[in-house]
Ligand binder design. Structure first.
Ligand code: NAD
Length: 261
């Protein structure tokens, strides 16, 4: 936005006057999204099991997306501190490895509870504030695993497929309230999460090379590249976009290039 009211044209950051909440904002993609929104003028509530240290315009709140009560009080704390909530980034999530028979019922329930029900809980807790915002937007973090069949990711993929469907259904329910709902579907992103996954394999360097080779660009996505897409979908610049999934996957979902080398 350009404001020339004082005679001099200057750029007003896109998120000036807006308040965002980022779940899982303490690490990886969530931390990059937090930094991006803050850099563009938003005040940000960081809701995480480990939300990090407070800073100018950043409110860390210890919250567990598996606990409805914790989310209700965390949203209230952000709204009380910053005067409302305009944007919700549902990013907190956990990994699961293995085929369909690899995890017991307890693990299926645990992962779906965090990755899917956690988004429903956080959205419900934020809704009373979002309904009062003139620029309300929700961005859910899905995954390439929602729409492509990846080996050894049955439970994780089921959780992200549900996030994709939940995004569409919620967008339809909330469009009349002026609340936009979109998701971003990353490929493999170079975050502490992937470092942990690699460390659990017998051959971290070989597995990293396999993951890099899976993406047509030949490299992992950066957390900042995902944050750029999230920032766009959260911003008033995308006011006509709702119910969409934006891939940030190095071409993995759509391209079939010849093998490298
Ligand atoms: P990460 O492990 O680096 O960060 C996840 C953050 O979520 C951590 O700070 C963690 O403390 C927090 N968290 C976990 N459980 C929580 C809970 N119950 N309540 C509150 N906070 C909780 O992971 P990341 O790679 O940045 O992943 C973030 C999101 O991106 C996840 O939803 C993940 O599924 C998705 N994603 C990641 C990749 C990837 O390759 N890294 C790819 C596609 C999608």
């Amino acid at each position: 936005m350009i404001d020339s009211s004082a005679g001099l044209a200057f750029t007003v950051p896109a998120f000036t006057g807006l308040v965002a909440v980022v779940t899982g904002g303490g690490s990886g993609i969530g931390a990059a999204v937090t930094a991006s929104l803050r850099a563009q003028g938003a005040l940000v509530g960081v809701l995480d099991l480990n939300p990090g240290a407070p800073a100018d315009g950043l409110l860390p709140v210890v919250a567990d997306v598996a606990d409805r009560e914790s989310l209700t009080s965390a949203m209230a704390a952000v709204a009380l501190t910053y005067g409302g909530i305009d944007i919700l980034i549902n990013n907190a999530g956990i990994s699961a490895v293995g085929g369909i028979d690899a995890n017991d019922d307890e693990e299926w329930h645990r992962v779906l509870d965090v990755n899917v029900v956690g988004m429903a809980r956080a959205t419900s807790a934020a809704l009373p504030y979002l309904r009062r915002s003139p620029a309300a937007a929700i961005v859910n973090i899905s995954s390439i695993a929602a729409t492509a069949g990846l080996v050894q990711r049955a439970l994780y993929s089921a959780s992200k497929g549900a996030v994709h469907a939940l995004t569409l259904a919620t967008a339809a329910d909330l469009v009349g309230d002026g609340i936009r709902v979109n998701c971003v579907a990353p490929g493999t992103v170079d975050t502490p999460w992937v470092e942990r996954l690699l460390a659990r394999t017998g051959d971290p360097a070989g597995e990293r090379a396999r993951l890099e080779g899976r993406q047509p660009t030949g490299r992992l996505v950066t957390a900042e590249e995902v944050a750029g897409a999230v920032t766009y979908l959260a911003s008033p610049a995308s006011a006509a976009t709702t119910g969409m999934s934006l891939a940030v996957d190095g071409g993995m979902s759509g391209l079939r290039p010849p093998p490298r080398g």
